[in-house]
Design a protein around this ligand. Structure first.
Ligand SMILES: [Zn+2]
Length: 266
């Protein structure tokens, strides 16, 4: 397994962490009944921003959620909290958790169980509203009671727009994969990096025409994917790919068919 990768965005230090890999039938991600299996990593991001410690997305949690047993297999030797420890922190040090959306592979450690006792967890209200409408068996729906409990207890904050979580850590709503799906721009001076979450979670998703069976609004996902990746390219921003098992930190370059990943040169 790849170990944590660390880089700087201005004065912020960014650690790309790891919560293992999942294996699932391709049909679960693209629709249809393809027999090939597909492997996805989970790379939550840890950002040291002054005295604050921001976690962006939170893996599957301690174990594969019951709702996914039989459809997904989770493989890992070490989990997110182990990798957090290797980066020099423990769960109590995290002050902010940003959830891109409410799928089970992004919210685990943040919600079930809530594993960061000193953190505020940020969720877009539109993502919560959509999750409430999902079928009973859907992973997003399963997150609803946990988010509602967090709001009631004061450790979860609902957002209704783009905004800065902290200076230099800016969320932007880019829906399509889910309603209220948010990406994160890290910016300090001229230095910039982009976390695309499930708008473009792996290299294959850099093709804007790829229609994922898991996008609630494929047209919006396509439009947002093109706009966001174009901005990342024109600004030369490194892009962090949450589900990419291989090179999860890349730059993007437009091609005739969409975008491709290019290695980052020092
Ligand atoms: Zn995902």
């Amino acid at each position: 397994m790849a170990t944590a990768t660390t880089f700087d965005v201005g004065k912020m230090r960014v650690h790309i962490l790891d919560d293992g890999v999942f294996v699932t039938d391709a049909g679960n991600l693209f629709g249809g009944s393809r027999k090939a299996s597909i492997k996805g990593a989970m790379h939550p991001i840890l950002v040291e921003a002054g005295d604050d410690l921001v976690l962006i997305d939170a893996g599957f949690g301690p174990e594969l959620p019951g709702i996914l047993v039989g459809r997904y297999e989770l493989r890992r030797d070490e989990n997110l909290l182990d990798h957090l420890g290797e980066a020099g922190y423990d769960a109590g040090d995290v002050t902010h958790v940003v959830l891109s959306h409410l799928d089970a592979d992004h919210v685990g450690w943040a919600l079930n169980p809530p594993s960061f006792p000193n953190a505020t967890v940020y969720v877009q209200e539109a993502a919560l509203d959509e999750a409430r409408q999902m079928p009973e068996k859907d992973g997003r729906r399963a997150a609803v009671p946990d988010v509602e409990k967090g709001v009631e207890e004061g450790w979860c904050e609902l957002l209704d727009a783009d905004g800065e979580i902290l200076p230099g850590v800016r969320v932007e709503v880019r829906a399509g994969h889910s309603a209220g799906h948010q990406i994160v721009w890290l910016e300090d001076g001229d230095d910039l990096a982009l976390y695309t979450a499930d708008l473009a979670p792996a290299k294959i998703w850099l093709n804007p025409d790829l229609i994922a069976g898991v996008d609630t609004d494929p047209e919006a996902a396509r439009k947002n994917r093109i706009e966001v990746l174009s901005e990342a390219e024109s600004r030369g921003a490194p892009v962090i790919l949450y589900h990419e098992p291989g090179d999860f930190l890349v730059k993007v370059k437009s091609t005739e068919k969409g975008f491709e990943a290019v290695p980052i040169e020092d």
